[in-house]
Design a protein around this ligand. Structure first.
Ligand code: PMP
Length: 398
């Protein structure tokens, strides 16, 4: 067998977990509604593991917009926006996103992953330097790698370390600093005011991936608006797969930057455009979000309530203020066990294992969960508590 295929044959991590009956990934859902999901085996679970922060992915208005767009434009665009896959819907979404988020222009790509790839590798190249927060999302890292710029790392949310690196690293070309607005696994915010300050001091271009803050913080206007710094952040990226209940992504920035990316972002130019259904759904979600800012307040309230109640039950939860609430579970085996115990209780969360992050359960909340949904989730956490917390929580190793 070739060396490469031998690698696959000797990969046992997933197989071992499956054999032990503990494998928590690639599960089928048979149906979903606002607060629950039906698993393929018919079990109904309370959903505390989606990114549907505003509950829009199943909103009838969003679903209808997707269906209407499919009927009008077809199921797919069959090509990239650059050549033959551009719709008035894409342009309309860009105009409304730019206006809502307070930037001059927007560029819509097919996923948030591609938005990051396109923005970073479209702007940076050999001779440039990209400094990346150590906890940054994989798509930011992949975008940096694709660019062939030099990559440096700074400790998570440590602006002093960043400033130190900026001062010391050899520089010839441009410098980009890349962070998440809200970190997807821990739910913590980036220290934006100081990041802006240091980037200004060293002439670096800041990119904030607001996949988890866009549509959620500051009545949906995101992390930069939350800090009152939208004008100071030259590049913001978004995904439509979370608060917007669809699929797609966008880069927001000055008009000349966005026009440059239109002609340099390979992730845009060489991949088919977001489908009519997904584009229309994202546009409809944006319009609903504008009209219904209560969704942002309710998701924050639900997450704060769960953070409080889970700690009262004895769980160690993250200290953030976003809809992402990590629950410490110690080691990998205990994380898998905890996940399985919770699913038996009808509570769906995400089991997170390295290399994504240190072992934990990632729970996340939405604007459409009712008291009854959250009560069911808490009852599940209470029922499994003694077995989950029997294993001491080891402090996470970075
Ligand atoms: N950035 C962050 C921080 C994310 O969490 C994700 C999705 N998990 C992405 C980007 C990629 O978004 P998409 O699902 O639209 O590709």
């Amino acid at each position: 067998m070739s060396l490469l295929l031998e690698r696959c044959a000797s990969y046992t991590r997933a197989r071992d977990a499956r054999n032990a009956g503990l494998y928590p990934y690639f599960l089928n859902f048979d149906g979903r509604d606002a607060g629950t999901a039906r698993m393929a085996d018919g079990r109904e679970v309370v959903m505390c593991g989606s990114n549907d922060y505003l509950g829009l992915s199943t909103d009838p208005r969003v679903v209808a917009a997707a269906a209407e767009a499919s009927a009008r434009y077809g199921a797919g665009c069959t090509g990239s926006r650059f050549l033959n896959g551009n719709l008035d819907l894409h342009d309309e979404l860009e105009r409304e996103l730019a206006e809502f988020f307070g930037k001059e222009a927007a560029l819509v790509l097919t996923t948030g992953y591609q938005a990051n790839l396109g923005a970073i590798s479209g702007l940076c190249g050999p001779g440039d330097l990209i400094l990346v927060d150590k906890e940054a999302h994989a798509s930011l890292i992949d975008g940096a790698r694709l660019s062939r710029a030099k990559i440096g790392w700074f400790a998570h949310n440590d602006v002093d370390d960043l400033a130190d690196k900026l001062a010391r690293l050899p520089r010839r070309g441009g410098v980009m600093v890349v962070v998440d607005g809200v970190y997807s696994m821990e739910g913590d915010l980036c220290p934006l005011p100081r990041l802006v300050e240091v980037c200004r001091e060293f002439g670096a271009t800041l990119l904030v991936d607001d996949a988890h803050g866009g549509g959620v913080l500051d009545k949906g206007r995101g992390t930069s608006a939350h800090f009152g710094l939208t004008d100071e952040v030259p590049l913001i990226t978004l995904t439509f797969s979370k608060a917007f209940g669809s699929i797609g992504g966008a880069v927001l920035g000055d008009a000349d930057v966005i026009d440059y990316l239109r002609h340099h972002a390979r992730a845009l130019m060489f991949s088919a455009s977001a489908s009519p259904a997904n584009t229309a759904a994202a546009l409809q979600s944006l319009r609903i979000l504008r009209e219904e800012p209560w969704r942002c307040t309710t998701v924050a309230d639900n997450a704060a309530y769960m953070r409080r109640e889970l700690s009262a039950l004895g769980y160690e939860v993250g200290a953030g203020s976003t809809p992402v609430v990590p629950v410490e579970t110690g080691d990998e085996l205990n994380t898998l066990n905890a996940w399985n115990l919770l699913i038996e209780e009808g509570v769906y969360v995400n089991a997170v294992l390295p290399p994504a992050a240190s072992p934990r359960l990632r729970t996340s909340y939405t604007a459409v969960q009712t008291e009854e949904h959250l009560g069911r989730a808490l009852a599940g956490f209470a029922a499994v508590r003694d077995r989950v917390l029997a294993v001491p929580v080891v402090p996470a190793v970075a």
